[in-house]
Ligand binder design. Structure first.
Ligand code: ZN
Length: 380
């Protein structure tokens, strides 16, 4: 199939092409630019909308309403209609090994069946976090000592399909787990999260492929070796090392990450190391009756009034990031597509380029989704 998007401003990582055309054939980008012939192509008139690469959410558990573990096809489809052409379904540490393996297998089956064509793999926010951190932490069946016989069946079920493993580097014997995961899948990425590790503990895992900080500034410890003196912990280590990408849950009010912090992190890390995530969860606790939370209807609360991720889909964080930091469309497409694709080692997506997969999203100037294309076909 040959399709052409005309009358669009093409968003590239460093600049834009107004009045542009994008030609696609057999699911790939054939060419893009100004004054291209569209003869023989079916036409999509963008009516002046901006076209960027499809969004890639590496960390979300749900669509704000349904977990991937409940209905992977439905959840994947809702995300796709919001421009998420690539997603890692996130699993959580609050279930035992047998349940986790069941979840891994059901999501893998949905991805392989073609019913969830945008699922690229799993984000394992499991099993070994620091039991002090995270919502639902009292249900952490993985709080006991790390044992090979407990985790090997999980690693084997997920190998190759799980792209990211989140770990708390301070847990005794975590290096054994990381080494085994790496042996089964040399391309696996490790992330520090739900942790209060010291810099040296995190740095010890960087040679294995630790290059991500899970929801930066959320569920991370704050070390104080001396009274009233802040020491370096997880967030500081992530800021210190240019090799570490930082995930950001960018909600409307700026509760997960305060707007000032977003601007600070953007300044320190630069445009190539930020990754926007939705980290959507499903709990239906009410918004706490406190002025602090006014308007926070895109955040998910549990029934204890504790924050439990978001209700967002990734187009929401893109809009919010523009509002809170003044980021441009070029920048937010980096944070929500280019950077996550690069982190995971994809070379065929994450930006508009000849030969890349034609996963595209058309938005207005404030990042409201107009159209979505998956493999060169219009899905919205
Ligand atoms: Zn999560």
């Amino acid at each position: 199939m040959k399709l052409a998007i005309v009358n669009t401003t093409i968003i590239l990582p460093e600049y834009m092409i107004p009045g542009g055309t994008i030609l696609m054939e057999d699911g790939k980008i054939l060419d893009f630019g100004k004054k291209l012939s569209t003869e023989g192509f079916e036409i999509v008139d963008a009516e002046g909308a901006y076209t960027g690469p499809g969004l890639f959410d590496i960390h979300t558990h749900a669509d704000g309403d349904t977990f991937f573990t409940e209905d992977p096809a439905k959840t994947a489809k809702t995300l796709l209609c919001h421009g998420v052409t690539d997603v890692l379904a996130a699993l959580y540490f609050n279930v035992d090994g047998e349940t986790l393996i069941g979840q891994i297998n059901s999501i893998k089956a949905a991805a392989e069946s073609g019913n969830a064509p945008n699922i690229r793999g799993l984000y394992m926010e499991a099993p070994y976090m620091n039991p002090k951190f995270g919502c639902n932490r009292e249900n952490n069946p993985w709080r006991h000592a790390i044992k090979r016989e407990d985790y090997m069946p999980v690693l084997e079920a997920a190998a190759g399909f799980a792209k990211v493993w989140v770990v708390a580097p301070e847990r005794p014997d975590i290096e054994m787990f990381v080494r085994d995961a790496k042996t089964l899948d040399p391309k696996a990425v490790f992330s520090v999260g739900h942790s209060e590790a010291e810099p040296e503990q995190i740095e010890a895992l960087m040679p294995y492929g630790l290059k991500l900080a899970t929801h930066h500034t959320n569920a991370t410890g704050r070390l104080e070796k001396y009274p009233e003196c802040r020491s370096a912990c997880v967030d500081e280590t992530a800021l210190y090392h240019h090799d570490i990408y930082t995930e950001l849950i960018c909600d409307k009010v700026g509760i997960h990450v305060a707007p000032y912090m977003l601007r600070l992190i953007k300044k320190i890390k630069g445009d190539d190391r930020l990754i926007l995530i939705a980290d959507a969860f499903v709990e239906h606790g009410p918004i706490p009756a406190d002025d602090l939370y006014e308007g926070a209807d895109d955040i998910n609360f549990d029934f204890m009034g504790e924050i439990a991720g978001s209700k967002m889909i990734l187009d929401g964080p893109c809009r919010n990031m523009m509002v809170h930091t003044g980021a441009s469309l070029c920048q937010v497409f980096k944070y929500a597509s280019t950077n996550p694709a690069r982190l995971l080692g994809y070379t065929d997506r994450g930006c508009i380029a000849k030969g890349n997969v034609a996963n595209l999203v058309l938005v207005d100037a404030e990042f409201h989704i107009k159209h979505v294309l998956l493999d060169g076909a219009l899905v919205k």
